[in-house]
Design a protein around this ligand. Sequence first.
Ligand SMILES: [Zn+2]
Length: 205
Amino acid sequence: MARLPFDGRIRVTSPYGYRTDPITGAQGSWHGGLDLVGEDYVIRASVAGTVAVSQMVTDRSNATWQWGNYVCVLGEDGNYIYYCHMAERRVRAGQRVAAGDILGIMGSTGYSTGDHLHFEVRDGANRQLDAAAYLGIDNEIGVIGAPAVEPEESSTAWSDEAVAWATANGIIYGDGNGNLMLDEPCTRRQMVTFLHRLAKLMGRA
Ligand SMILES: [Zn+2]
């Protein structure tokens, strides 16, 4: 089972299959892989294997120049996994890698309009496979992974007035008092309690 090539949240910016070319605007151009933008720029091996290629081709008569700095890993599953457009490569050809090992840093080298990873999978006969299916994700533009949960600021200028009002009117209590405290997660029971107190304050309950 392949793992995602980034830790943390990932945006799928271009699915596998036919698409509008991002540079020429041509309709129905073939996209043999999946374009991914990692919140974390560190690119990691999706499956264990051996690094088959780690290079940057600048000669434009060689079609692989489009991939810029790229790494190809021959996976233990017999597939070749391509990691393209890297800013930096961190592995050498012949090196063994485990799933999750760092291969390089996301960049925009080669045929690319911005920082992203072109992730492509080919079988032993050099046929392109559905890279999204390989990763077990939907082959469509979108975000993978839950948004990072940021703790609320304990006090902010824009919320101080609201907190003072809610505290003064018995809707919530300050830290350490009662069951609706600032800076704590809220259950549905507490949300209902909040609404009930608000409704009472407004004379509707
Ligand atoms: Zn691509």
